[in-house]
Design a protein around this ligand. Structure first.
Ligand code: CDP
Length: 785
């Protein structure tokens, strides 16, 4: 599927237009939730538990209430009277809004103080006296089902910390393949608990107008419509009386998909007081209590023959969900899309099982820049392939090449049930190898090893699965996953496009305009894109899991094509010919064989309001709700080169080449920006980030002093390249891309470090690979004293 390139003035697909939204962002004129100031607005502050597991004996809020300026102190008992002490999670569990009975993780929400200003609210929160009785704490997920483990969830009928067992694949065929396989390789790898840590923390302003009975919630929401529906269903407020507005959002990465207790408390406080209530969490609150990511403890085993041809894959995983199962993912998939763990390889048999457990940690399991657990899956298979290569003493690039699904095999049904739409894995590998000068690097490594120097090369050839729906398989809390676009062309040929998705920095205001430009010939600069207001935008499921381009991007093209169909009728009327005589070219309809006779889209738009044919409705607009027939499967090959300092264990990423394939590209510069950002996050996960807990359940990564964010100083230089394998089922052949770099890169970093140490017998190191870990290994191996 090739895309005809428009002129730079029109700025359709393939043009690196500068992002429209950046003009306001770089001038500091963005409008975030904390910028919302409403008359009479008051402020909420959470009281949080210092303990990870404790019985709540009493809450005395009298002193807090006495503080001048304090308007209310809400506790779990108060919420219980309105049946709101617990709320449903997005995954068949329930979660305390404010604690009743006991607390289950450090920083859990215990009471909500509302005051005239935020400083008074913070002071008053410290005056709330809570008496706790400490209980035994469960931190290690491996001990969750031990006979002596404390049972965390008294509220459940099942007196167990086990949440679910899920399995997929053909167990029998996989066992048989393993029994006869001459080579077996295995790795135990942890995709550690980490946090998206978006630039802007979560927050809201809830504004209930007692006169109109309308509730407006300004919210850091990646899914405004879904949140509106959930507010209506849980809170009992008629949905037409709820307006959710997501203004500018400073990064989401999955962190802004769940509904958090702070939102519910702000709404309850506003309903009670009849005043707007703002709640904005601090950085520590964000890191300690909102949706964490990963925490998958995985084992992969590969059965292969002596030549390195893979036969079967067996995966066993323990998932730590914290105190509540608040995974934000489609309800059919207890472990998200983790079963894409066969990756880019032609495994004939596979079996995968996952067990979820509760521990005394913050709840979550969100898809941090990841299509629901795909980062975990990609990391595991790409690590396992390297372990196999090492065991067979094969070059990891050659092992991959030998096992790729071949271009002629698409659409390809994996052993675990996914149907990949298109791919050319060897193409991406070859390009990356060439860009990095692989053969030369291997020679250099050999020479360096002789001199005792440590250098490693890591490869990751990942496959992603993005763009949820289709609606028959995917839903969030029962709401089917499709997405939408509405385009309205004004009489002067300019347009507004409203979307069911919501950008958090991905550049949607630019790229959706480019799709309209491509399809209708209206310059992208003449198209305004609006997202995030449920009173105006068509219903959609929001932006996460790289779903915007595959779903709303497709809807934009489909809506534009509906407009073009109507425009053709108007053009035929204006040109006094039949529709069959017209052809579409570069933003105008021309009469076949008489190209001087034509009408531009702008002329047609004017006629749609001033001179339209009898029997046709006035106006030029369309809406499309797009239900994709399948996910899209972007892929890529990443190669990382590291040098390790023997004295300190310090790792320097010397080079990082990323070749991505997301089909047809809307805006190459934006895609490159997405890759740079995601690689930086992957770098941080591989080397720096962990939300850890001590044995009492105290969070160890609860501030930026401990939870490290790479700055420009630490971040390596990224070298990007691309191949193009269009999606055969997407209207313009695009696949999503936003998450690919986060999904594909951790394995490349870790593979590089392990490769640098493999001659010492090192087979695996768990992330984050801090210098001390490497130094300890070097010491154990006698490389340093
Ligand atoms: O859902 P989300 O916006 O996070 O992910 P996406 O659909 O992968 O898109 C991320 C950004 O890259 C958007 O601005 C897209 O329009 C852009 N993109 C593109 O220009 N070409 C593609 N083939 C895919 C995405």
């Amino acid at each position: 599927m090739t895309i005809e390139k428009t002129t730079p003035e029109v700025g359709g697909m393939g043009h690196s237009l500068k992002r429209k939204e950046d003009s306001r962002f770089i001038q500091g004129k963005g409008n975030y939730v904390d910028d919302v100031h409403l008359p009479g607005m008051v402020y909420g502050q959470m009281v949080r538990s210092p303990y990870a597991h404790a019985r709540l004996k009493s809450i005395d809020s009298e002193k807090a209430r006495q503080l001048p300026g304090v308007l209310a102190v809400i506790t779990g008992e108060d919420l219980a009277k309105a049946n709101l002490a617990w709320m449903p999670t997005l995954f068949f569990d329930k979660q305390m809004v404010l604690a009743t009975g006991k607390v289950l993780f450090q920083s859990q929400e215990v009471a909500f103080v509302v005051a005239e200003d935020q400083y008074t609210a913070a002071d008053a929160a410290e005056l709330v006296e809570v008496e706790y009785e400490e209980l035994p704490v469960l931190v290690d997920p491996h001990k969750a089902t031990a006979a002596d483990a404390p049972i965390l969830r008294d509220d459940r009928d099942e007196k167990s910390n086990h949440i679910f067992h899920w399995e997929v694949g053909d167990k029998g065929a996989t066992e048989t393949a393993f029994q006869s396989a001459p080579v077996k390789a295995s790795v135990h790898a942890i995709s550690q608990r980490c946090h998206p840590a978006p630039l802007e923390t979560c927050g809201c302003v809830a504004d209930f107008n007692k006169a109109t009975e309308k509730l407006t919630v300004y919210l850091t929401s990646q899914a405004p419509h879904a949140h509106r529906t959930l507010f209506a269903l849980v809170g009992g407020i008629p949905e037409q009386n709820i307006r959710v507005v997501s203004p500018d959002i400073g990064g989401g990465f999955g962190n802004k998909v769940p509904i958090y207790p702070g939102y519910v408390c702000a709404v309850v406080a506003s309903l009670t007081l009849g005043r707007p209530v703002k709640w904005i969490e601090t950085r520590s609150e964000n890191l300690q209590s909102t949706g964490f990511a990963r925490d998958y403890h995985m084992t992969a085993e590969i059965a292969a023959d002596q030549n390195g041809k893979v036969k079967a894959l067996r995966v066993k995983t323990l998932a730590d969900h914290g105190a509540f199962n608040a995974a934000a993912q489609p309800t059919k998939f207890p472990a998200g899309l983790f079963s894409v763990c066969t990756g880019s390889y032609d495994f004939r048999s596979a079996f995968c099982e996952v067990d979820g457990v509760y521990t005394n940690k913050a709840p979550g399991g969100i898809a941090y820049r990841c299509s629901f657990r795909i980062t975990e899956a990609a990391y595991l298979i790409e690590r396992a392939m390297d372990v196999l290569a090492n065991q067979l003493k094969m070059d990891p690039a050659e092992l991959r090449r030998k096992n790729y699904i071949q271009p002629g095999q698409f659409p390809y049904k994996t052993a675990l049930g996914w149907t990949y739409d298109s791919g050319n894995y060897e193409g991406a590998l070859n390009k990356a190898l060439e860009m990095v000068s692989y053969a030369q690097l291997r020679k250099e490594q050999e020479e360096k090893r002789k001199k005792g120097e440590l250098m490693g090369i890591g490869i990751s050839s990942f496959t992603e699965a993005v763009g949820a729906g289709p609606a028959h398989t995917f839903d969030i809390a029962g709401i089917k996953m499709f997405d939408s676009a509405e385009i309205r062309v004004h009489p002067t040929g300019k347009a507004i496009c409203r979307m069911g998705t919501k950008s958090q920095g991905q550049g949607h205001e630019t790229t959706y305009a480019q799709i309209v430009a491509q399809e209708l010939g209206i310059p992208a600069s003449d198209v305004v894109v609006e997202e995030g207001d449920t009173d105006t935008a068509p219903y959609g499921l929001g932006t996460y899991a790289s779903r915007s381009t595959p779903t709303s991007g497709a809807a934009t093209a489909m809506a534009a094509r509906k407009i073009r169909d109507k425009a053709k009728k108007i053009a035929a009327h204006l040109l006094e010919c039949s529709e069959a005589d017209l052809e579409w070219q570069n933003g105008k309809f021309l009469v076949k064989g008489a190209p001087s006779k034509s009408k531009t889209i702008q002329e047609i738009a004017f006629a749609a309001y001033t001179n339209f044919p009898a029997g046709l409705e006035a106006g030029l607009e369309a809406v499309d709700y797009y239900d994709p027939p399948n996910l899209t499967f972007p892929f890529g090959t990443y190669i990382c080169v590291v040098d390790i300092d023997k004295g300190t264990g310090e790792i320097r990423v010397r080079r990082f080449v990323a070749v991505d394939d997301c089909g047809n590209v809307i805006n190459p510069m934006i895609v490159q920006g997405q890759i740079h950002g995601g690689l930086t996050e992957g770098f941080a996960i591989a080397f720096m980030q962990l939300i850890d807990y001590d044995e009492s359940g105290n969070v160890q990564g609860g501030s930026f002093m401990d939870y490290l964010i790479p700055t420009a100083v630490e971040t390596p230089h990224w070298e990007t390249g691309s191949t193009c394998t269009p999606s055969p089922h997407h209207p313009f052949g695009a696949k999503g891309v936003g998450e690919s770099p986060n999904v594909g890169s951790p394995a490349a970093f870790v593979n590089a470090v392990v490769d640098a140490l493999s001659h010492l017998g090192v087979k695996h190191i768990d992330m984050p690979i801090a210098p001390w870990k490497v130094w300890t290994i070097l010491k154990e191996k006698g490389v340093v004293n």
